[in-house]
Design a protein around this ligand. Structure first.
Ligand SMILES: NC(=O)C1=CN([C@@H]2O[C@H](COP(=O)(O)OP(=O)(O)OC[C@H]3O[C@@H](n4cnc5c(N)ncnc54)[C@H](O)[C@@H]3O)[C@@H](O)[C@H]2O)C=CC1
Ligand SMILES: CC(=O)C(=O)O
Ligand SMILES: [Mg+2]
Length: 372
């Protein structure tokens, strides 16, 4: 198969779908790889590193989209990208379709086969291709929030760790999954007082065991949300219902009960966000204010630390990417976890929560794949 990797074009996105190390693996499995010139600049991998790994360098993205049988990317395709996709071509990347009707329509009209990293599953009920970026974003969320909390940046002017004789700041993490646990670890490291809210009691038990009294855990109710959000200096939004639009857990009305200059950091923004007042921002302009509350809603947080995150992402996507290159669509027929990643195929929506969120008729993946 001819595997193609264009340069990412989302605002301040410096990751790359294929590292030179991954290119070597595809080539070793008998595939050809074409990489857009400059695609690896954000991770200090120049064209020569890709050539040494066995890739051919394309002068522009159009050449990659035109020639490749499978496109491997990081972020959801932007309008200029989805118009270049075609029937029979595989797109392997993050998609986050439920809150994005325009991209969804673009993919449906292209006829391509689009596999979303974020809905591929594993035997343990996890999302193995989302997890590494959730680890990165969870850890980054505390750096971003601590910065936004500074007075000159519009925040309350609280140092999360406090100092001897002055109490620390309070962090509320809503959703104790991969993002949540990583945010909590960093917040504890900074010396903050940390509360984690989740709707899964087994998960709260696990977190209680892991953190050994260093965090408070609360079951997710409106009462618990109000108490802990009103009391917080920083609130991290980290909930997920796989594939679906995030539930709005903090309403605009609730902002009135919060401390002025507190920070809402909505990591779940890529699924539409879990605060009513969230709207996607970019690394160029990451924050805005509503009713005196600072909002940070960057939808590609790991793009800020590509040297770490591109490698972490490739570690997680390589095995299934090779399976797709080796076996084409049969890889989806054989592996139910990879098949759960199938969101769009030949003009049909094949993911239940996406179909429901955007009003499409669902085509069951197994059925859709059988239709020639
Ligand atoms: N902005 C960015 O750059 C990035 C965003 N993300 C996003 O972060 C979000 C979280 O991802 P993960 O931590 O990997 O998901 P996860 O599945 O590991 O954890 C989600 C947690 O939310 C909990 N939850 C669901 N509904 C809830 C409710 N009503 N109240 C309280 N808890 C609730 C679940 O029980 C689960 O523990 C996702 O939307 C993901 O796409 C991930 C990486 C980067
Ligand atoms: C998960 C995701 O959207 C990201 O890493 O940008
Ligand atoms: Mg995202």
């Amino acid at each position: 198969m001819l595997v193609g990797c264009p340069k990412e074009i989302k605002n301040h996105e410096y990751r790359v779908g294929l590292t030179p190390g991954s290119v070597r693996e595809y080539v070793a499995h008998g595939h050809q790889v074409i990489v857009e010139t400059g695609a690896g600049m954000g991770i200090d991998a120049g064209d020569d590193a890709y050539r040494a790994a066995g890739a051919r360098i394309a002068e522009n993205a159009s050449e990659v989209f035109e020639k490749a049988d499978m496109i491997v990317k990081v972020k959801e395709p932007q309008p200029s990208e989805w118009t270049q996709l075609r029937e029979g071509q595989i797109l392997y990347t993050y998609l986050h379709l439920a809150p994005d009707p325009d991209q969804t329509r673009g993919l449906v009209e292209s006829g391509c086969t689009a596999i979303a990293y974020e809905t591929v599953t594993d035997d343990h009920g996890g999302l193995p291709l989302l997890a590494p970026m959730s680890e990165v974003a969870g850890r980054l969320s505390m750096q971003a929030s601590a910065t936004a909390l500074q007075k000159a940046n519009g925040g309350r002017g609280v140092l999360l760790g406090g100092v001897p004789g002055v109490k620390p700041g309070k962090v509320t993490v809503i959703g104790g999954g991969v993002v949540g646990i990583n945010a909590a670890r960093m917040a504890i490291g900074l010396g903050a007082h940390v509360t984690i809210i989740d709707r899964s009691l087994p998960r709260l038990r696990e977190l209680d065991n892991i953190f050994q009294g260093r965090v408070e855990t609360r079951y997710s109710t409106v009462e618990a949300l109000e108490e802990t959000v009103f009391d917080a200096d920083v609130v991290i939004g980290a909930v997920l219902i796989p594939g679906a639009a995030a539930p709005k857990l903090v309403t605009r009305e609730m902002l009135g009960g919060m401390k002025k200059g507190a920070v809402l950091c909505d990591v779940a923004i890529d699924q539409g966000g879990c605060f009513e007042t969230s709207k996607p921002t970019t690394h160029a302009e990451p924050t805005y204010e509503v009713d005196g509350i600072v909002h940070y809603c960057v939808a590609n947080m790991p793009g800020a630390v590509p040297v770490t995150s591109a490698h972490a992402l490739n570690n997680a996507t390589l095995r299934q990417g090779l399976a797709l290159a080796n076996r084409g669509l049969e890889a989806l027929t054989d592996d139910p976890h990879l098949r759960n990643g199938l969101n769009v195929h030949r003009g049909r929506i094949t993911n239940g929560p996406v179909a429901e969120a955007l009003g499409y008729e669902l085509a069951e993946p197994q059925v859709a794949l059988k239709v020639a």
